[in-house]
Every structure is written in structure tokens, then in C-alpha cells.
Design a protein around this ligand. Structure first.
Ligand code: UDP
Ligand code: MN
Length: 651
């Protein structure tokens, strides 16, 4: 009997337990239904989506794609940490802020600072009230400075300031008034805006996305395609997927391998559906009406690759700075890229203000290119590692293989110019290796000019050869023109150095043991010449040409000139014959470099050096040292050699 009643009691308890479990399951189902309905509603809501609630909700299948980029063409030649994107996504733990007292806005693992919301830590109670406030303020100011510095360190820009700026901020109007009267075709092609990112800050990435959504007409915007190039930062994982799931027309794909800037764009292009690809950096802000003029040009000629005028966002203040028109993209003999603004060229003709200008190269920040043309011309070179010079390679290839490039003035997009790159490269010389690929593939015999001015690349090239077989095959099959054609037809403004033996190289001073150099910060303006230790990198390379000019700088656009008895650099003349003020003659036997107009000799003075050794000369020479014109003597200070770090073989 007791046995029977115990069995009944156990059965009853089991039944209760089952009922309890059933009830729990029903409640859970009902709750999850409620949540997903909430989510659907929130999609219909107008206005920007809020920063996501910290909860993992599965994404719709087509929203986020984890791309197994096994295609060898997309793979990198360097070892990077294997991707754990999915696993990390699943492991990502974002603590809920609901119910906590101070409820700080959290994003990934760091706090978002709102102006005036910071709270101080305890300060000694002995201070008077006002003093205490001051002390707290000082303390907070210090903390804030520290945070800003840490942010600059991490991203290369002041992310604390960026966080305070709206994701929808409006840029001041900087387009030429003539642009407002421009008419564009009603049937423009559709665009996929491909935004690759690697460990981008939240605010800059999302401001880029919103800026596109806020400015591009919906009928032309096929999609915004975000491509995650194996980011590691927590905020770019589940939180980003969730945020993006609320944005109409935005897709996110993730690579399982680090592809680099070019490879990532090629991947995005393969997944994009728009007729025109607009590659955009992950820290840009678009001016109103930026898209239509780009699409118009590409629609008129599918082989034209275009860029907006790139305005500049300051990395410290996030101030927007308009770039002066006309501007075009160029590169120098070290294969470094510049936007060249040339206000002297500005014409009063209003037509010119809206007319695109041909550009020998385009920057990597924003370019628009027909999708089919991009594919047929060979996408980005898959041999280019991580970052650097891939846009120069694209530029030379587009021009040489039948296309053209332009800057379109009625389109303006601002790019955040960073203080430094935030990436840690596994290979320190990868930029040189990318440049070596360009030299080997595209520059024919002109590559020697590059190697003399970028000697590190020369030394790397001596011990290894780039594998460019595929690219050479592509070049042949496309029937691309040679570099001589590019230089003479597309970029005739680039001075072609003669680099004659014994008349080019580092200008070595026998008397001081240093090399002539100039302040590089002054760019194309030149300035006083100085004597500094020889660099051996090619940065001090100069070229005494058959015109008698001593050409300096990686563009060869600065000439050895005189200002009183000072020897300076100034922009070289664009017309022949060269004025005798800029002409020099090198006397090999004595090592003298004679200024043709004055018949005086180039003399080196070390900083402060002469003041002690010869008080009589103290009045003649300023203490700063530098290069001067003096009566010719046989003093070692007037003896020079052109030292060639890279021998001009066969030149
Ligand atoms: N990028 C990338 N993978 C990389 C390096 C860069 O996807 O390995 C992205 C980066 O996030 C940016 C774009 O490529 O959107 C261009 O890089 P970055 O802005 O650093 O170049 P910069 O404008 O400074 O020359
Ligand atoms: Mn950039």
C-alpha cells in the first residue's frame, strides 16, 4: 500500500514537471514571436534605425554572406591569422545595458561619449566646492585628452570627435553654381556602392553608409554592398550585422580571408548587381548630387572611369575642407599618388567649372567604373598585397588598355585623410612589393627611373622576382599599349629623367661628407637647400640633364635655383629654352658645379660648422648652413660627386 501510494506520488510529481516544462515552452514561443513581430514593425518605421539592442537575432539568409574566398586569384601571398569570423560572431558577448543604473551606451566593448555626459571620479573632499568643480573638470579634460589620444593611436583619426557628430550630418554646399543647372539623363545606369572595410571605426563606417543612403537617388542605387575584410573589432561583428539588417538596400558580406584593399573590392564586384560599381572607402561623406554626374559619364562611355572631386575631412577635428578645382590625380617616379590642385589653371569660363578633366590616375577613395569594363580590364591585380598602389596599377592599366579616367567636378565626396594607417602589416615591405609589380608589369625600361628613386624596392627586387605571368598574359590579350605611349599621350607633364652616369644620383659633398637635400614638406614649392647625411633611399636623387637643369624630387619638377647667394629649389620651367639662372655645368675633373649665369660655384656649408673654425667667415655664412654660390676655388667644400646608389645599367 505504501509502495503503491509512493508510486502514485512520483507519477504525480512527474506529471507536474511535464506540465511545467510544457508551460515554459509555450511562454518562450509566444515571447519569441512577439520579438520577431517587433522587429518587423521596426523595419516599417521611418527614420534611421537605432543602434541595435544587444541581442542575437538571426539574419535573413540573403543579408549576410560569409564568403569562402577560395578562389586562388583572390588569395593573398602573405600569412595572416586564419579567420574565425563565424566562431567569433557566435562567441561575441555583448552585455545588456537594460536595468543598469547609469546605462552607458555601449558599443562593442567601449563606451560612447556624449558631450557633457561624462561623470567624474572621486576627488579629495578637502577642496572647496568651486575648486572641486574645477579639479573635476581638469581631471575630465585630462581623461578626455587621453581617450582622444588612444583613439588616434587606434584608428589614425580622432574617433572621440567622430562619435559626437551625427551619422546624418549635412555638408556645406561647395559645388560650383553652374552644377545646379546640369541636366542628367533620366535613364542612368544603376550603381552598386561597394564599401570594403577592415577594422573601421563604427561612427565613420556608419556615417559613410548613411551618407550614401541620404544622398543617392533610390532609383539609381542598386545597393550598398559592405564587404568585411576580416575585421577583428567586436563592434563590426554581430552588432553590425544587426544594425545593417534594419537598413533597406544595404547588404553585408564577410570574407573568410584577409584580401587587402584591391582583393576586397574585386570580391565585392563579383557579388554586386549594379551596372556601375562605385568603390568607396569606409570613411567618406557624400555631397548632395554626387552620384548622378558620375553615372552620366560612365553611361556616355562605358570605358571611362571617374572620380568625384575628393574633399577632405580633417583627422583631428572632422572639419570638412573643400578641394580647389581643377584637380587631377597624378603619380611620381616613386609611384606615390597625389591629387594635384592647380588653381593657376582655373579659367573664368563657367563651362570649365562643370567639365570633367582627364586624369592620368585616380585615387583609391572613390571610383566609379562600369561593372563589365571592370571585369574585362582585369579587376584589381590579385597579386597586390593588403594596401598600397593598387589604384595606380588600375590607372595605368585602364589607360593603357583602352579606357580613360576623369575627375567629375559636379560630384564631390569627402574622404577622411588619416594621420597614419591603423593596420599592422605582416610584411613591412609590402608597399614596395606592390610597386615592384607595377614596375615589372607596366613600366618597361622606364622602371629603372623608379628603382633609382626607390632604392629599397631595387634591393628587394634583386633577391626576388614578382610572379606576373598572369598579368602579362592579360596585358597581351587586351593589346595594351606600352609605358612610352602612356607617358607621352596621357601624362606628358611628367618629366622623364635622363639619369646619365656620373651626372645623376645623390649630390655628395666631399668637403662635408653629406648630401644635398631640400625640405620635402614644402612639396612643389621647393625652398632652401641643405646638407644632411646621405640617405641612400633615393629620396636625394637628382638629375643634371642636357638642358643644364639639376632636377630634383620624385617628379623631377623642382630645379636647382638661386636666390641672392643662397641656392634653393624652385618649380622647373615648363618651356624651353631654360633660363641661364637655372643652368649648371659639372666639371668632372675638379668636381665643381658651376652656375652658368653667375659663373660662381656651388659650395656646401654644414650647419654651424664654419662658425667655430673660421670667425672671419661668420659674417659671410649664416649659422644655418646650406648651399651657397661662391667664387670658384679648389676647396673641398666646392667638390661634388653624383653618387649612384642604383647603377644606371646600360643607361
Ligand atoms: N581595406 C581593406 N582591407 C585592407 C586594407 C584596407 O578592406 O587590408 C579598406 C579600408 O578599410 C578602406 C579602403 O580599403 O575602406 C582603403 O584603405 P585606407 O582607407 O586605409 O587607405 P587610404 O585611404 O588611407 O589610402
Ligand atoms: Mn581611406
Amino acid at each position: 500500500m505504501r509502495l503503491w501510494s509512493r508510486a502514485t506520488a512520483i507519477r504525480r510529481r512527474m506529471l507536474c514537471l511535464w506540465l511545467l516544462l510544457l508551460g515554459f515552452a509555450l511562454v518562450t514561443l509566444a515571447l519569441s514571436d512577439l520579438f520577431s513581430r517587433d522587429r518587423d514593425h521596426s523595419r516599417d518605421k521611418p527614420g534611421p534605425p537605432r543602434r541595435p539592442l544587444l541581442q542575437r537575432i538571426p539574419s535573413p539568409p540573403d543579408l549576410e554572406l560569409i564568403v569562402e574566398s577560395r578562389d586562388p586569384a583572390l588569395e593573398l601571398g602573405v600569412d595572416v591569422a586564419p579567420l574565425k569570423s563565424l566562431q567569433e560572431d557566435e562567441l561575441l558577448f555583448v552585455p545588456s545595458v537594460q536595468g543598469t543604473k547609469s546605462a552607458p551606451q555601449k558599443k562593442g566593448s567601449y563606451k560612447v561619449l556624449m558631450p557633457g555626459t561624462s561623470k567624474g571620479t572621486a576627488v579629495p573632499g578637502t577642496l572647496a566646492h568651486g575648486e572641486m568643480g574645477k579639479a573635476v573638470r581638469l581631471h575630465l579634460d585630462g581623461l578626455e585628452k587621453d581617450m582622444e589620444q588612444a583613439a588616434v593611436q587606434k584608428y589614425g583619426f580622432n574617433e572621440v570627435v567622430s562619435e559626437r557628430i551625427s551619422l546624418h550630418r549635412r555638408l556645406p554646399e561647395t559645388r560650383h553654381p553652374e552644377c545646379f543647372g546640369e541636366q542628367y539623363s533620366e535613364s542612368l545606369p544603376s550603381a552598386s556602392v561597394v564599401i570594403c572595410f577592415h577594422d573601421e571605426a563604427w561612427s565613420t563606417l556608419l556615417r559613410t553608409v548613411h551618407s550614401v543612403l541620404d544622398t543617392a537617388p533610390r532609383q539609381y542605387l542598386q545597393e550598398v554592398l559592405l564587404v568585411d575584410d576580416l575585421s577583428q573589432h567586436g563592434h563590426l561583428k554581430t552588432v553590425l550585422s544587426e544594425y545593417v539588417s534594419h537598413l533597406d538596400g544595404v547588404r553585408l558580406i564577410r570574407s573568410t580571408r584577409r584580401l587587402g584593399a584591391g582583393g576586397c573590392r574585386t570580391l565585392g564586384a563579383a557579388r554586386a548587381a549594379g551596372e556601375v560599381l562605385v568603390f568607396m572607402d569606409s570613411h567618406c561623406e557624400c555631397q548632395k548630387g554626387w552620384l548622378e554626374p558620375l553615372l552620366e559619364r560612365v553611361a556616355q562611355d562605358r570605358t571611362t572611369v571617374v572620380s568625384p572631386i575628393m574633399d577632405v575631412i580633417d583627422w583631428q577635428t572632422f572639419r570638412y575642407n573643400a578641394t580647389q578645382w581643377p584637380v587631377r590625380g597624378v603619380f611620381d617616379w616613386r609611384l606615390d599618388f597625389y591629387w594635384e590642385s592647380n588653381p593657376q589653371l582655373e579659367d573664368k569660363d563657367p563651362e570649365k567649372a562643370v567639365r570633367p578633366v582627364r586624369s592620368p590616375a585616380l585615387g583609391g577613395e572613390v571610383v566609379a567604373i562600369d561593372r563589365h569594363f571592370f571585369q574585362s580590364v582585369g579587376a584589381y591585380d590579385p597579386g597586390m598585397l593588403l594596401w598600397g598602389a593598387e589604384h595606380i596599377e588600375l590607372s595605368i592599366r585602364v589607360w593603357s588598355c583602352g579606357g580613360s579616367m576623369e575627375v567629375v567636378p559636379c560630384s564631390r565626396v569627402a574622404h577622411l585623410n588619416r594621420h597614419h594607417l591603423p593596420y599592422h602589416f605582416p610584411d613591412q615591405d609590402l608597399l614596395q612589393r606592390n610597386k615592384i609589380r607595377i614596375a615589372a608589369t607596366w613600366m618597361d625600361a622606364y622602371k629603372k627611373i623608379f628603382y633609382r628613386r626607390e632604392t629599397l624596392a631595387h634591393f628587394i627586387r634583386q633577391s626576388e622576382s614578382p610572379n606576373i605571368t598572369e598579368r602579362m598574359r592579360l596585358k597581351r590579350s587586351l593589346g595594351c599599349r606600352n609605358f612610352h605611349w602612356f607617358l607621352t599621350t596621357v601624362y606628358p607633364q611628367l618629366y622623364i629623367p635622363q639619369d646619365r652616369p656620373a651626372l645623376s644620383g645623390e649630390l655628395y659633398s666631399v668637403g662635408t661628407g653629406g648630401c644635398a637635400d631640400y625640405p620635402h614638406g614644402q612639396g612643389l614649392q621647393g625652398g632652401n637647400m641643405s646638407i644632411v647625411p646621405c640617405s641612400g633611399t633615393g629620396s636625394q636623387h637628382c638629375d643634371l640633364n642636357s638642358e643644364g637643369e639639376v632636377r630634383w624630387g620624385p617628379m623631377g619638377a623642382l630645379c636647382l635655383d638661386t636666390k641672392g647667394d643662397r641656392v634653393v629649389l624652385s618649380p622647373c620651367p615648363t618651356h624651353r629654352p631654360t633660363a641661364s639662372r637655372l643652368q649648371w655645368k659639372f666639371i668632372k675633373l675638379s668636381g665643381q658645379l658651376v652656375h652658368q649665369q653667375s659663373q660662381l660655384c656651388l659650395e656646401a656649408v654644414k650647419e654651424g660648422g664654419l662658425l667655430q673654425s673660421s670667425p672671419r667667415e661668420a659674417n659671410i655664412y649664416p649659422s644655418t648652413g646650406g648651399l651657397f654660390l661662391r667664387q670658384c676655388t679648389h676647396h673641398p667644400r666646392q667638390q661634388w660627386h653624383f653618387e649612384q646608389v642604383v647603377a644606371p645599367k646600360g643607361a
